[in-house]
Design a binder for this molecule. Structure first.
Ligand code: GDP
Length: 195
């Protein structure tokens, strides 16, 4: 999709009602600091549309970006930020779960995992929730540029094994620095929204 216009149209907090959109949606989930804002900015060709975390864990909202009045990119709150109370974490969990459960327009879910690290318990939980809601997430392995090329296959394998992904799961290595993987993610999004 050639991006003509992007608007942050709706921001939902813990207590807000989710919008009843009529356009197809794709959603991005991942723990805080995984590189989700950087990925969204890269997808939109913008430097600072989505916030990049000076204060990780501060974005406890679901943000709906309207792209060309053709689709929504949905930015789910980053989870797993250590300095947040358990009660707060539970609220975000509920918020994400509720969105996955209620959205009628959600076509595809992307789950971001830092390519350098084994998935955390929260990552696994998120993967399982997504599957439970009937979606096969695309895994985006972020911060690819931080690895030597020779390390990549081993790390991809560790991500797959850590999440216990279903056979056939698509894993896209991505770097916000080199933009490697951007086109592949857009292809999957275009296909998901029928573009
Ligand atoms: P978020 O909390 O998931 O939205 O993560 P951010 O996009 O704010 O990124 C967290 C940190 O990782 C920031 O310092 C980014 O500059 C850095 N970062 C994000 N993506 C990449 C990447 O692909 N490569 C490198 N080298 N750094 C990245």
């Amino acid at each position: 999709m050639v991006i003509k216009e992007v608007n942050l149209e709706t921001v939902c907090g813990v207590t807000s009602k989710l919008p009843e959109n009529t356009l197809p949606e794709v959603a991005f989930a991942g723990k805080s600091n995984v590189g989700k804002s950087s990925l969204i900015n890269a997808l939109m060709n913008r430097k600072s549309l989505a916030r990049t975390s000076a204060q990780p864990g501060k974005t406890q909202t679901i943000n709906f970006y309207n792209i060309n009045d053709a689709m929504y990119l949905v930015d789910l709150p980053g989870y797993g930020y250590a300095k947040v109370a358990e009660s707060e974490k539970a609220k975000w969990g509920k918020m994400i779960e509720n969105y996955l459960h209620t959205s009628k327009q959600l076509r595809r879910v992307f789950l971001l995992i830092d390519i350098r690290h084994d998935p955390s318990a929260n990552d696994k939980l998120m993967y399982d929730w997504i599957i439970h809601q009937g979606f096969d997430p695309v895994i985006v392995a972020t911060k690819l540029d931080k690895l030597k090329r020779s390390q990549v296959p081993k790390c991809i394998k560790a991500v797959k094994e850590g999440l216990k992904v279903k056979p056939g799961t698509v894993i896209v290595p991505f770097s916000a620095v080199t933009k490697q993987g951007r086109e592949e993610i857009w292809q999957i999004m275009d296909e998901a929204v029928g573009y």
